[in-house]
Design a protein around this ligand. Structure first.
Ligand code: ZN
Ligand code: ZN
Length: 311
């Protein structure tokens, strides 16, 4: 399995000279399975890179097909879908998977994204065929050769973490999640003063550990550093210390720090990585900060700067 990082920034896309090393596009990961099947995670602005590559192949003739797993529908995870060029070619078929939520259907959310007050083309008028799949948190399913497991993370509304296996290696993607023992944020989660809250935390920690169990690669939300999370614990994000704790409990083989704060300059991200490496120096796994253009090969854990080849 090859994992391509096309967007690693959290919250807002940015383009400043002092953020260029790690990159300013928001969340998109593309995964090539052992038989070259393509799976994408999230439609942040990084997905435009994949769109450009796909348009050099079958998508240009309207014969393209793809699958996009959405963690949740906050802007930074869906904004790039508006300019994902393969959606504008008739004949292409894309399947989008996201959490089922209590109050609003996935179809309503997508109609809202393409509402005429915000965008000139309505969702129903997109030339490509878009098939929406609502996923219950905890549900497992398969796409091509991939087996996918899900769980609800600790973030406003319903956010999914994913464990993806192609039979040869395991990749776990956990972004946009806060410290469960400090503040519960997910839709339907118990409140912190509930008498059963401690049991809930225990079962949540077991689920998140299972999701990352012996993963060849764990990507974890590290929007904050220990000094910047103070007073912002309820914003829905974590720090490298949190990622290291989960990676250790889960016996993951490698941890990648992800969802960098848009106010974090390259120097800050480098420093975040250095501190994380120091904390993890006696652990059985390596830690790196994600950057745009990074490709990690599993199970070998080889890192390259490589362009996605999925035409
Ligand atoms: Zn986010
Ligand atoms: Zn979010």
């Amino acid at each position: 399995m090859k994992i391509f990082f096309n967007g690693v920034r959290g919250s807002y896309p940015i383009a400043y000279p002092d953020n260029i090393e790690f990159g300013g596009n928001t969340t998109n990961i593309s995964i090539l399975g052992k038989n070259k099947e393509l799976l994408m995670i999230d439609g942040g602005t990084g997905i435009r890179t994949v769109g450009r590559i796909l348009m050099q192949g079958k998508c240009r003739q309207g014969q393209g097909k793809g699958h996009i797993l959405i963690t949740h529908t906050h802007w930074d995870h869906i904004l790039g879908l508006l300019s994902f060029t393969p959606f504008f070619v008739e004949g292409n078929v894309f399947h989008i998977y996201a959490a089922r939520t209590e109050c609003v259907s996935l179809k309503k959310i997508f109609e809202g994204l393409y509402d005429k007050d915000f965008f000139p083309v309505a969702f129903k008028d997109l030339p490509a065929k878009i098939v929406l799949h609502e996923i219950n948190p905890g549900q497992s399913f398969t796409i091509d050769d991939f087996t996918i497991m899900t769980m609800q993370l600790n973030h406003p509304n319903t956010t999914l973490g994913y464990r993806i296996s192609d039979g040869e290696s395991i990749f776990t993607f956990i972004t946009d999640t806060a410290r469960i023992h400090v503040v519960p944020l997910g839709e339907g989660f118990l409140s912190i003063d509930d008498p059963h809250y401690n049991e809930f935390v225990e079962s949540y920690e077991k689920r998140i550990t299972d999701l990352a169990h012996k993963a060849d690669l764990l990507v974890y939300d590290t929007h904050f550093r220990e000094e910047s999370i103070k007073g912002r614990e309820h914003w829905g994000h974590s720090t490298p210390k949190d990622g290291i704790r989960i990676a250790e409990m889960a016996e993951a083989r490698q941890l990648i720090l992800f969802h960098h704060d848009p106010d974090e300059k390259d120097n800050d991200t480098r420093e975040k990585e250095r501190i994380a490496k120091d904390i993890a120096k006696d652990k059985n796994f390596d830690v790196y900060a994600a950057y745009e253009g990074l490709c990690v090969e599993l199970p070998s854990l080889k890192h390259n700067k490589e362009e996605l080849n999925c035409k």
